[in-house]
Structures are given as structure tokens and as C-alpha cells.
Design a protein around this ligand. Structure first.
Ligand SMILES: *Cc1c(COP(=O)(O)O)cnc(C)c1O
Length: 235
């Protein structure tokens, strides 16, 4: 199947999942997770109508920006971001989805202030509290967002979560619901610099479940581009 056909199929799935729970399909954005796919594939996905692209690695982001690969769609950073690479990302992407620790938040603030911009971000939550994953714990988030006025060059737009790899459909629903409930709690507090319009959750294997649980942005790689070839050398 072509990238365009895959995107069309995913759009149909989004519509079905949204309508099944009484949501407007337009509330759910499709972010193409473009890692390990070249500029040509990225352009095809944009032409097929994905809402945005999400890049994982700074080096790939920089290379594809130089090729104008994302023309016509916003680009987000969705991978683990080392603090020494913050300069290559802040101001270059519309949204940094993967802000997973305090130190990174501080570095983004410093760099955004230096550039004189306000950087939109999501706070990444390690919802399954897995050792192998980065991200804030759910219980860290309320104390953190209370203090976002201390980061005037950052605007929190929502939450991002990568739950554990699921064995069976529905396995991750409890995590998706936990994130949605957290978003409801944050919204009720009306903190400065914080809104939670974006709930980025759901990937190729579980996006329909995520939509049923309130996701507003699904990040899809494999189902758009096919399986990634990890045999190729990548840095
Ligand atoms: C690769 C990736 C995705 C997409 O994963 P698929 O299972 O290929 O859809 C989503 N989010 C992040 C952060 C990723 O790195």
C-alpha cells in the first residue's frame, strides 16, 4: 500500500473511532512519526494530508529541515532530547512534545529567552512508570505546572504519553484514561502559561483505543510508512 493509501485508511479509522465515542473526528490530529524515513516519504505523507510531522532525532530533523522536507506541515520534536542539542530544536519546531525532565525544561527556557521566542511544548509522562523510559511521573505534573510562570518563554500546550507496549487491544486504556484525567485536573486549576488542549497519545498499534480515551493527537509511523528498517545504519 502506498503512503497516500495508508493515510487515507488511518483517516477512516480516526473517523470511525471518533464517531463511536461521540467525538468530532476533526479534534484528532494525525502526526506522522517520520523517523528513519527520508524527505521524499515525508513529502508524500504531507501531500496525503497528515496534520504534522514528528521527528525523533536531532540529526534527522536538521537534515530534513535543510531539504525543506516538512514544507506544508508543522514539524514537532518527539524524541529524547539531549540538553546539548536544545539549540538545534528550540525555534526550529512548532512543538517539542517530549519534554521529559526538569533540566530539559530549564535549558529550553534559557534558549527560548535567548532567541526572544515562546516555545510551545508538551510534558511527556512516563505513564507506566517504566524504568526504561524517560518522562515525568503523573504525580510530578501538578506541582510542576503550578510553577510554569517561572518559565516565561515556554508555553505548555498539553501532555504526551508513551505507554508500555501492549499485548492485547485495550491494555493501555487505563494509562490513556489516567492522562486524560490528569488533563482535566490541570485545566480546572487555570494555571498561567499552561493549557492542555493537546493530548498526544496513541501510535500505530493502539490509536483507536487512544482516541476512545480522549487523545487529540496520534503519532503514527509504521502504519503510514511501513516497518522501519533497523538494519540500515543510522546515527
Ligand atoms: C516512532 C514513534 C512513534 C510511532 O510509532 P509506530 O508504532 O511506528 O506508529 C510515536 N511516538 C514516538 C515518540 C515515536 O518515537
Amino acid at each position: 500500500m502506498s503512503i497516500a493509501q495508508n493515510v487515507a485508511r488511518i483517516r477512516a479509522d480516526i473517523e470511525k473511532a471518533a464517531l463511536a465515542c461521540g467525538r468530532d473526528p476533526k479534534q484528532i490530529l494525525l502526526c506522522a512519526a517520520t523517523k528513519m524515513n527520508d524527505a521524499g516519504s515525508v513529502r508524500q505523507a504531507i501531500a496525503a494530508g497528515v496534520d504534522c510531522c514528528g521527528e525523533n532525532r536531532v540529526q534527522e530533523l536538521t537534515a530534513k529541515l535543510a531539504e525543506n522536507a516538512y514544507e506544508g506541515a508543522p514539524v514537532h520534536f518527539i524524541g529524547h532530547l539531549q540538553t546539548n542539542k536544545v539549540r538545534q530544536v528550540v525555534g526550529k519546531v512548532d512543538l517539542i512534545q517530549s519534554v521529559d525532565r526538569l533540566k530539559l525544561l530549564e535549558c529550553i527556557q534559557t534558549e527560548a529567552a535567548r532567541q526572544g521566542i515562546v516555545q510551545d511544548i508538551l510534558l511527556e509522562i512516563n505513564v507506566g512508570e517504566e524504568e526504561s523510559k524517560s518522562g515525568f511521573n503523573v504525580c510530578d505534573i501538578l506541582p510542576l505546572v503550578q510553577n510554569m510562570a517561572e518559565y516565561p518563554n515556554i508555553r505548555v500546550r498539553g501532555l504526551m504519553a508513551i505507554p508500555p507496549i501492549c499485548e492485547n487491544p485495550g491494555d493501555n486504556d487505563k494509562f490513556f484514561l489516567e492522562i486524560r484525567n490528569l488533563a482535566v485536573d490541570i485545566t480546572a486549576k487555570k494555571y498561567d502559561n499552561v493549557c492542555v488542549d493537546v493530548l498526544s497519545m496513541g501510535m500505530s498499534g493502539d490509536y483507536a483505543d487512544a482516541i476512545a480515551c480522549g487523545s487529540t493527537m496520534i503519532r503514527v509511523g509504521t502504519a503510514i510508512f511501513g516497518a522501519r528498517d533497523y538494519g540500515k545504519t543510522h546515527q
